[in-house]
Design a protein. Sequence first.
Length: 202
Amino acid sequence: MLLARLEKENAKIATNPKSIKACPIDRGLPNSRQSRPPSMAQLKDMVTGPQPAALRYSTMPPPPMTDLEFWAALVKDYPQTAARLPTLLGNKIRKGIPPPLRGVVWQSMSGARDTHLEERFEQLTGESSPHEPVIVKDLSRTFPGVDMFQDADGDGQRMLGRVLKCYSIFDPEIGYCQGLAFLVGPLLMHMPDQAAFCVLVR
């Protein structure tokens, strides 16, 4: 801002040398044509004094970030967005992630985009788990009121069973417990089974 004001005053002097007497830098000096640098008081006056109309736009804050721009930045680089905009992030999360964006935002926030995990899921789908009989029993009991999981031969139950089976092999210390189905179900409502497995692992 200070540089812009100095350039404006220099431009005035270049076009009209007599205007040097009105230059704020020289204001208050005994001889207005002195080449002495301005004092701290004069510089402070330039910074805190009224701004010329032409410079007002240069000091305005940038326009606020739109919701879409915020979520796009979050998906692109969650750690950096969280570090730079922690308060805004907290406010947006408390208000709720828009349903169409939940899948990609959850994946980004959890750091679940991992080629190694995706390949591991594909590998585990071909293996068998000692927990499969219990998992199959629980599939119809998980979210019976949700259309996606009502049909025993539907995609919802198939994907749910696949993620739970793969996770029980991936983490043998936990294996399978009924509560896992209630975590995986909402993930599958927003993303494919491979992505849901990666988020669950993370």
